[in-house]
Ligand binder design. Structure first.
Ligand SMILES: [Zn+2]
Ligand SMILES: [Zn+2]
Length: 380
């Protein structure tokens, strides 16, 4: 059977960049992954093709050979001379690297080298105030996690005890299984991937190399963060088995609701009540900002709901740039708990305004709309 062109398999042209190749591979491999296409022979075949193509095109040396000689470069058996040998020998090499990026590890592929099992990534949800989010802060957190065992320093072996090669997997840490023509690999159940067997396991950690501990950490939260932002603390996740690298800790930000301000991206919003006398005659009010009060001029004849923008009093993104704005919405307050004299004054005011539409800018437009609404209703 004639082999398909590797570039064609990945939907690329011959001169494709390294990044294009990687991207195309990720996209296609994810699409045709057997986990997502249960039992589909077609997808399985496609998946195999994609991996074979990537094994060559994803490796600079093999790719150069392929560009020059085509499939013939790999057809002489025994690893085609000068291309590093092992092509085709280990199922889908080069495969695990990219999948561990995609699925966070744990997928059994590769197998050409001894793969240690990295510790788990952890998530910690933290709640902070709006002020803390805008200005940045330091927070002390406590997490309970698997940490390196102090007794054996992560090796899992008791002091002076011998560490031998695992007899189950002969030190590779992996077990290969044949399923049809598909070869799958799994972490060795006997040594959990370490490839080693400990003669006398450490008593404190039972040979795991890690123990459950409570860690205190100080987290620096940069200014400008918002709900949903994550901070990655590299290596602060769970320790790996038998001294393998630790996972990462992700701190996920949640900003508490604020009594006065509401945030939308880099802008802050607040509602400011003003008296109806001020709305009519104009004046000056104090508005709150995150760094103190500020005077705001209210022009005469201000209607309720009008927005006033105070530039630069919003939030600066953690990536920098300009600060957003503070947007104040004025709300005209209706006076309450009036005494007879005050009511009388309002009646007098109302009488003086009666019948004069120039004092009520919104009334006329509103009445027109109402009239149209009812006449349209009558037509239908
Ligand atoms: Zn130990
Ligand atoms: Zn083993």
């Amino acid at each position: 059977m004639a082999k398909k062109d590797y570039y064609e398999v990945l939907g690329l042209q011959k001169g494709a960049s390294e990044n294009d190749i990687k991207r195309a591979y990720k996209r296609l491999a994810s699409k045709h992954h057997p986990d997502k296409n249960q039992g589909s022979k077609n997808a399985e075949e496609k998946f195999k093709e994609i991996n074979e193509a990537y094994e060559v095109l994803g490796d600079a040396e093999k790719r150069a050979a392929y560009d020059q000689y085509g499939h013939a470069a790999f057809e002489q058996g025994g690893g085609a001379g000068g291309f590093g040998g092992g092509f085709g020998g280990g199922g889908f090499g080069g495969f695990e690297d990219i999948f561990s990026e995609m699925f966070g590890g744990g997928f059994g592929g590769g197998g050409r080298r001894n793969r240690v099992v990295r510790g788990d990534d952890l998530r910690y949800d933290i709640e902070i105030s709006l002020e803390e989010a805008v200005k940045g802060c330091k927070k002390d957190i406590r997490i309970s996690t698997l940490a390196e065992c102090d007794t054996c320093h992560g090796s899992g072996a008791e002091k002076g005890s011998k560490v031998e090669t695992c007899s189950h997997c002969h030190g590779s840490g992996r077990i290969r299984r044949q399923q049809g023509f598909f070869v799958t690999e799994a972490v060795c159940p006997s040594c959990h991937g370490s490839g080693k067997k400990i003669e006398k396991p450490c008593k404190s950690c039972h040979g795991d190399g890690r123990v459950q501990k409570t860690k205190n950490l100080s987290v620096t939260i940069p200014a400008g963060v918002d709900t949903g932002n994550q901070l990655r603390l590299s290596g602060e996740g769970a320790a790996g088995e038998n001294g393998a690298p630790a996972g990462d800790l992700y701190v996920v930000i949640h900003v508490r609701e604020h009594d006065i301000f509401e945030r939308d991206g880099s802008n802050l919003y607040c509602e400011v009540p003003i008296s109806f006398t001020m709305a009519a005659l104009g004046g000056e009010i104090e508005v709150p900002t995150l760094d103190g009060k500020l005077k705001l001029k209210i022009p005469a004849e201000t209607q309720t709901g009008k927005l006033f923008r105070v530039r630069g009093k919003g939030v600066t993104s953690p990536r920098g740039g300009y600060a957003g704005d503070l947007i104040c919405k004025v709300v005209v307050e209706t006076p309450v708990a009036l005494n007879d004299k005050q009511k009388d004054l309002l009646h007098k005011l109302e009488e003086s305004l009666e019948g004069k539409s120039q004092h009520r800018p919104q009334q006329e437009g509103f009445l027109d709309s109402v009239k149209n609404f009812f006449s349209n209703l009558g037509k239908n």
